[in-house]
Design a protein around this ligand. Structure first.
Ligand code: ZN
Length: 342
């Protein structure tokens, strides 16, 4: 089977990989209908946080597709169904899962290691990981269902962690796919005012389509000052951090009012939080790898009923064979998010 493999920084090849098969009785095999390139795939692409022992690396952890085969113990999905899963396989039954933190499941398996940018994918813990759609979707729904697998679920978690809701002013730091979908989430959760922080015209436009009421182009301290100005000097009730850098984390904490909430979902690289800064902020700070599985049934329902259209974040769609072009486009910010079709 064909699959995308990274052989070193900047080096993506689509090549023959061994076809997956059922290993555990709780596995499912799916034929991938659509996969995509994640902002977090760009870290190894840029050689950040990787070493010589990491290559070759099968790529991809976002997926939606048709179940082809299930192990003997799988009960909730069956061949022929269209399914969406999270980037962490989870049992969905342990105490951590039941509390809604499936991304820290005691039995979790990282889907990235299995390589979803491929024709076929083995999904461990299928009952706890996959959610079937009511029927096989029409083609136009597939991008949005794929978005639920990670970027929508992650943006949603960011907004939930930041306690976005009615009467709240929500600021979103980061205009990548996750940040843009955190805007959409804040809107769905009923936020009164949603501030997208972006200096890119096309991303600002999408942010407005998703529900942003205000755009702030400034970054860092100037960005914080602009949020304060919008909120009578108080800061936002809720801030979603969707980048993962020192600057974006500082900006998020400093832009939050005392008693407010920061939801951080950008994969942190080289971020240190100053204890005194945090002490005086009086902010609630919560985040991490999003427990997307918690939200999947609700998100699939919203997409299925065409109440939300998160698939708009895919502004470039390529055949899997051209995955390298997709990585390049995202790396150079020519594309917000690249969909790959096996
Ligand atoms: Zn669990």
């Amino acid at each position: 089977m064909r699959g995308a493999v990274m052989h070193g920084p900047g080096e993506i090849r689509v090549e023959e990989r061994e076809a997956p098969r059922i290993v555990e009785p709780t596995d499912a095999l799916i034929r991938v209908s659509a996969a995509c390139v994640c902002g977090s795939d760009l870290w190894p692409y840029r050689g950040i946080g990787t070493g010589d022992g990491d290559w070759p690396m099968p790529m991809g952890h976002e997926y939606a597709g048709i179940v082809e085969e299930v192990g003997a113990e799988v009960r909730t999905v069956k061949p022929g169904q269209f399914v969406v899963g999270s980037f962490w396989a989870s049992d969905n039954t342990c105490e951590i899962c039941r509390a809604g933190y499936q991304s820290a499941c005691v039995d979790r398996v990282p889907m990235g290691a299995l390589g979803a940018q491929a024709e076929r994918l083995r999904v461990p813990l299928a009952d706890g990981t996959l959610v079937a759609t009511p029927d096989v979707p029409s083609d136009d729904l597939v991008p949005s269902l794929l978005a639920a697998s990670d970027v929508l679920g992650t943006g949603w978690f960011g907004a939930v962690a930041a306690e976005a809701g009615p009467g709240k002013t929500v600021a979103v730091v980061g205009d990548g796919a996750v940040g843009l979908l955190a805007v959409l989430a804040a809107r769905q959760l009923g936020a009164e005012r949603i501030v997208a922080m972006s200096r890119h015209e096309s991303r600002q436009r999408l942010a407005r389509e998703f529900g942003a009421t205000d755009i702030i182009e400034e970054r860092g301290d100037a960005g914080v000052a602009a949020i304060k100005e919008l909120t009578g000097g108080l800061g936002a009730h809720s801030v979603v951090e969707a980048v993962g850098t020192q600057e974006s984390m500082n900006q998020a904490i400093h832009a939050t009012r005392p008693g407010g909430h920061v939801g951080f979902v950008g994969v942190a690289h080289g971020v240190a939080i100053d204890g005194m800064d945090l002490f005086w902020s009086l902010a609630h700070v919560h985040g991490g790898p999003a427990p997307v599985r918690r939200f999947l049934p609700e998100l699939i329902d919203l997409i299925w009923n065409r109440q939300i259209d998160p698939g708009k974040v895919f502004d470039l769609s390529l055949p899997l064979e051209q995955a390298a072009d997709g990585y390049r486009a995202m790396d150079q910010r020519d594309a917000i998010k690249v969909l790959l079709t096996p």
